[in-house]
Ligand binder design. Structure first.
Ligand code: MN
Length: 738
């Protein structure tokens, strides 16, 4: 625990003529008033105001601010009064302590209108004298550091308030270190699992890269010194778990994809040296494009100034660099406090950065307060103020008025998952401000969102592309994984039933249990799903259950010859396919029924065809004329950069046209007798011709077939796809475009 004399020594270090008597008097008064009071940790209460005061000495604040810190909880928690403090310490200090007492009563995690009103009160209180804010932030920081002793409810509430209000406020006031520590501590309590995971991975990484930070520091410094920047200082560090986590969320990256987790600061003497250092670094290492930012020529609104760049640095690590002067660094660390901190007149020697008497962060605060005085409604005020504080977030509300903070771009699905995973999983629709809106709608500030749910529902896998929060994405992934497993288990069960039946046995889950270890599987469901996925053959299962069983090889045998003719597949296999007449097969389309072509141009169709009803495009190919592709064809990407080769074409068919058009269908079928015949029969049933059939055994129980067919149009092709899908010997069917 910090001692009183240590505190005085700290102040004297940066302000030798500090009013020691004032500090002692404030300490003794607070000590007496708090008396036997204890903190939740069991420490004497006085340890808290002492630590808060100590935090402020890091910012080199004057003795009256330190005294306010010592007194900050006396009016609220003891018999002390404003009048008494005024009398003992002067009105200035009394006013500040009262201001802090007022803030303490403001609940910032509450309903919308209330929250706006309370935020307004908070800003009013701190705008009175910015020192109130400094003491408040130090107070909150110490409370966050000692939060473990609080009840879980209190921890959650305080952390939420810190993350939503105080951390951004610290950032807005330019106090980056404060903001970072507040965020970090809140993150730990708000999302302990995420915090744990990220922290462990970071620790693992720093273990794996032991000594790397030091090595890069040395290499950077040596380089700068060798190039004439003798006073350059280099400080490297692993980024904080929260900043890593936020990056993962905002950029939808996994931990493995995050490469720049090291940050380095280069501190130099003056502004020309900043640009010089930048030049030196950029000459020596490769720059990651798009990452350079010059906040020296254009400072941030909170007075932050620095050069930012990312390089592929020593050891081929991606590293982020911040280059700034020592004075800029001070402002980056202490923000608004850097303007109020005690100065012994040494800071007027121009290192180039202009120090205005009032920082722009403070003028932002004043400007905001002025807007307040003009009598905006609380909601409007929230719009203007809070939103400026939280530019990267949107704030929405449940019908009951609970505030849900989401990253910008969030959808009702993110909202639903933020409320509860169960709600997310069962979402089918959403009302935004009372109106039913599409689930892809981007939420905006102040939206009230009501989630419409169904009893059972698996979130569509496509949602994963729509959502922006990690929580929603993880939950959707988990739910779809489970659903897919269930689907495979159903398929696997059917395959096993048939294989067992052919062997004269009956398949049951119970029979499978004793054989699990022989199959290297842990549970019945997994084993069945493995068969469904084609990872394990049904015959292996049969042999595992009945080790004595003598299996005859099960092979696909073509049926009788009548009414069949041969089709050669590319792999050289011959299949017998029912068909009406070989002459039905068209060899090619003589005059393509396509509009938009010049006369005498050679025209081909894509290898996987195009059929009337498809949206089509023509691509000019040298020496080959024009090839017609359906718009879905992935090959078209190759011509993205050559717009001159694209020809606008349309189908031009009259009623009487009897041409057939080629298309390719990909089937994944169960490998069992009769499958091929069923496929062929279905094709014949819808009056489609088969031109070529390729098959490949992809797994023990599955066969993949590529079917080149000829159809009248898209309607007929779709009819074929639907009917094939209905065959229970077929796992998947899709049209193939190349
Ligand atoms: Mn306190």
């Amino acid at each position: 625990m910090m001692r009183q004399y240590e505190l005085v020594e700290r102040v004297q270090k940066y302000k030798p003529d500090a009013n020691e008597a004032l500090l002692n008097k404030a300490y003794v008064y607070a000590m007496q008033k708090h008396g036997q009071q204890k903190r939740a940790s069991g420490d004497p209460y006085i340890s808290h105001p002492l630590e808060v005061a100590a935090i402020l000495t890091d910012m080199r604040l004057d003795e009256s601010t330190i005294a306010v810190a010592l007194l900050h909880d006396t009016i609220e928690d003891t018999t002390a009064t404003r009048a008494e403090i005024d009398e003992l310490f002067g009105e200035d200090i009394g006013r500040l302590v009262e201001g802090l007492t007022k803030i303490k009563k403001i609940d910032l995690v509450t309903k919308k209108a209330k929250q706006a009103e309370n935020l307004r009160k908070l800003l009013l209180a701190i705008s009175d004298d910015v020192r109130v804010l400094l003491v408040k932030l130090a107070d909150r920081l110490h409370n966050m550091r000692t939060l473990d002793h609080m009840s879980p409810e209190k921890r959650a509430r305080i952390s939420e308030e810190t993350m939503e209000i105080y951390a951004p406020l610290a950032g807005r006031m330019g106090m980056q270190d404060m903001r970072e520590e507040l965020e970090e501590l809140s993150f730990r309590h708000i999302n302990p699992e995420a915090h744990d995971t990220v922290t462990k991975r970071l620790e693992e990484l720093s273990r794996r890269n032991e000594g790397l930070v030091k090595k890069i520091e040395t290499e950077l410094r040596d380089l700068l010194v060798a190039n004439g920047l003798a006073n350059a200082m280099v400080k490297g560090r692993l980024k904080s778990p929260y900043s890593v986590f936020r990056k993962m969320q905002s950029k939808s990256l996994s931990f493995e994809q995050l490469s720049d987790i090291y940050g380095f600061r280069l501190l130099v003497d003056d502004i020309p040296s900043c640009y010089r250092a930048l030049g030196i670094v950029h000459t020596r290492w490769r720059v990651v494009p798009g990452r350079f930012k010059d906040y020296i020529s254009t400072p941030k609104q909170n007075d932050y100034r620095s050069l930012h760049t990312t390089i592929v640095g020593p050891s081929s690590q991606r590293i982020e660099l911040q280059i700034r002067t020592k004075r800029m660094h001070e402002i980056a660390e202490f923000g608004i406090a850097a303007h109020t901190l005690y100065k012994d007149g040494a800071n007027t020697n121009g290192d180039g950065d202009v120090l205005s008497r009032e920082s722009s962060a403070y003028s932002w605060l004043r400007h905001t307060i002025e807007a307040l005085a003009e009598g905006d409604s609380p909601e409007e005020f929230l719009e203007h103020t809070k939103l400026e504080l939280f530019q990267d977030q949107v704030f929405c509300f449940t019908p009951k008025g609970k505030l849900i903070a989401l990253p910008r771009g969030a959808t009702p699905i993110d909202f639903a998952y933020a409320v509860h995973t169960n709600i997310g999983d069962t979402t089918v629709g959403a009302k935004i401000n009372g109106r039913i809106m599409p689930l892809v709608t981007r939420l905006t500030n102040g939206d009230e969102v009501e989630i419409i749910r169904s009893g059972v529902q698996v979130p569509p896998a496509a949602w994963e592309e729509i959502v922006v929060t990690g929580k929603a994405r993880a939950a959707i992934r988990r739910a779809t994984r489970l659903a897919i497993r269930k689907q495979y288990a159903g398929l696997g069960h059917r395959i096993l039933e048939r294989t067992f039946e052919r062997a004269g046995k009956v398949f049951s889950r119970d029979a499978l249990k004793p054989a699990l270890h022989r199959l290297g599987q842990k549970d019945v469901e997994d084993a069945i799903a493995a068969v469904g996925r084609g990872e394990m053959s049904s015959l292996d299962v049969l042999r595992a259950v009945y080790p004595d069983h003598q299996d005859e090889r099960v092979t696909v045998k073509p049926a009788g010859d009548e009414g069949w003719f041969n089709v050669h597949s590319a792999s050289g296999m011959i299949f017998k396919i029912p068909g009406k007449n070989k002459a039905d097969l068209a060899d090619g389309v003589e005059a393509p029924p396509i509009r938009g072509l010049a006369a005498n141009v050679e025209v081909h169709f894509a290898p996987t065809g195009a059929v009337p009803g498809d949206r089509i495009v023509g691509i000019m190919e040298k020496g080959k004329g024009i090839t017609i592709y359906p718009i879905q064809s992935p090959i078209l990407q190759r011509f993205d950069d050559e717009p001159e080769r694209w020809i606008d074409v349309r189908w031009d068919l009259d009623e009487a046209n009897k041409s057939r058009f080629a298309a390719r269908v990909l089937i994944n079928a169960l490998n069992e007798p009769g499958t091929l015949a069923k496929v062929a029969q279905t094709v014949a049933d819808v009056d489609v011709n088969i031109r070529v059939l390729n098959t490949a055994r992809v797994a023990a129980d599955f066969t993949e077939m590529a079917l080149d067919v000829e159809v009248w149009d898209l309607r007929q092709l779709n009819q074929l796809l639907v009917q094939l899908k209905e065959l229970d010997c077929i796992a998947t069917v899709k049209r193939l475009y190349e």
